[in-house]
Design a protein around this ligand. Structure first.
Ligand SMILES: C[S@@+](CC[C@H](N)C(=O)[O-])C[C@H]1O[C@@H](n2cnc3c(N)ncnc32)[C@H](O)[C@@H]1O
Length: 403
């Protein structure tokens, strides 16, 4: 378990700059109040929720730059327009049989994916009637608006924003890239002991140096969730095994997909099927934080200034989607999805006989597709409702047997 080494205030001001240090101090003060209110222990799920989403303070709610080369991390749409072009090809295939299709993008970051998807759909003659963005961050909504107005001003009237699940029924496609990994997770530790073993909940406490990990006996909900994980994946963990799970994944995915009456949901994220996620060797879980393009595993550093993520348990997503009435269309890697939707064709099209541009795009495609880069870690899971379609993007390799 990583122990934090909270920098002293002067060290932090030097490292972060005065404004950022003051912001981190406000977030930290809020978290300390939450810990006090909880009698000295704050569940990790609530810590993560506050650090990422507390109004005006959390990483996604405050003014941090977040994505892109001046931010903390990069994503597939930020790496290359090829990603959005391939997603558009898949959307167009599904929308072909829908009269007034809507694209709902969840968690649109800088708006780059929206620009690239709309641009490619326009060139395919397959624009949706509306492109709706569900975005929880007011700051990012502004950024998305500005990018769309700058890059595709003529398509801007088709785009609307919502800050909660859509209220009305629609038909079309839902897309979400790297959103599930930002949902707060609960952390646990397995105590093998004698007999059946017990579960401890890991949370946040205060010690003389600041935030620290603490443990307490898990409540009924966590004990039962961990028992389900162990039994469904036939796992054998050593004493002290730690990991996490996302208690709100089912309710949240139900809520955001409920109004899709006909069409497809495409989830893109890094993660694994359950049996691999909870492999005995992965004994400290998958928590990953990003601060200025440095990845590390300490969620207590720079509260409110760094991203905190965990891998997605795709088996859990499959269970939730199935119980919401969707039919699995396929599960594959990002590399196979991009190959199957014609990334080579998109490269030639975007390069338009410009050799230097083609070389640049080829470099970007490698970053999106190589196994050591984003190609294998990132997966695509597609779900259908009331529509009969063989999805091109899922046609090369189907990993559903691993779920
Ligand atoms: C890691 S970023 C990914 C951004 C973008 N999809 C991309 O690939 O570049 C996560 C995005 O999801 C948004 N987000 C996080 N939780 C959300 C929620 N519960 N509802 C809607 N958007 C959310 C964040 O504000 C941000 O835009």
């Amino acid at each position: 378990m990583p122990h934090h080494d909270t920098p002293t205030v002067p060290e932090r001001e030097l490292a972060l700059g005065l404004d950022a240090a003051a912001h981190a101090a406000r977030v930290e003060a809020g978290l300390r109040r939450q810990i006090d209110a909880g009698g000295g222990f704050l569940s990790f799920e609530r810590f993560m929720d506050y650090a990422l989403y507390a109004p005006g303070l959390g990483y996604y709610s405050g003014g941090a730059q977040k994505l892109g080369k001046d931010g903390d991390f990069t994503t597939a749409p930020e790496v290359s327009r090829l990603f959005g072009a391939c997603v558009a090809v898949q959307c167009a295939e599904v929308m072909a049989s829908i009269a007034q299709p809507v694209v709902l993008e969840i968690g649109a970051g800088t708006g780059r994916l929206a620009v690239d998807v709309l641009t490619r759909l326009e060139s395919l003659g397959a624009l949706p009637a509306r492109y709706v963005i569900l975005e929880s961050s007011a700051d990012l909504r502004d950024r998305q608006r500005r990018l769309l107005e700058f890059c595709v001003p003529h398509l801007r009237p088709r785009v609307d924003w919502v800050d909660g699940p859509p209220a009305d029924d629609f038909e079309g496609v839902i897309i979400a890239n790297e959103v599930l990994d930002a949902l707060p997770v609960a952390r646990f530790r397995w105590r093998a002991g004698a007999g059946a073993g017990v579960v401890e909940e890991l949370g946040v406490v205060l010690d003389s140096e600041g935030f620290a990990w603490g443990a307490r006996p898990a409540g009924a909900a966590m004990s039962s969730a961990v028992a389900d994980i162990r039994s469904s994946a036939a796992l054998c963990w050593d004493e002290g095994y730690e990991s996490e799970y996302c208690p709100r994944l089912g309710a949240w995915t139900h809520a955001v997909t409920a109004k899709l009456k006909r069409g497809c949901v495409l989830w893109f994220d890094y993660g694994l099927p359950r049996a691999q996620y909870y492999f005995a060797e992965r004994h400290q879980g998958t928590l990953l934080c990003h601060y200025r393009h440095r990845a590390h595993d300490d969620p207590f550093l720079y509260p409110g200034l760094q991203d905190i993520t965990a891998w997605v348990d795709f088996t859990s997503l499959a269970e939730a989607s199935q119980s919401a009435g969707f039919e699995l269309a396929g599960f594959t890697t990002q590399a196979h999805f991009l190959a199957a939707t014609g990334i080579d064709h998109e490269m030639r099209r975007l390069a338009a006989d410009d050799g230097a541009r083609f070389a640049r795009l080829a470099g970007e495609a490698r970053q999106l597709m190589l196994p050591g880069e984003m190609g294998e870690r990132f997966k695509v899971m597609a779900w259908l409702r009331d529509i009969d379609a063989e999805l091109r993007g899922l046609s090369f390799v189907d990993l559903r047997h691993s779920l």
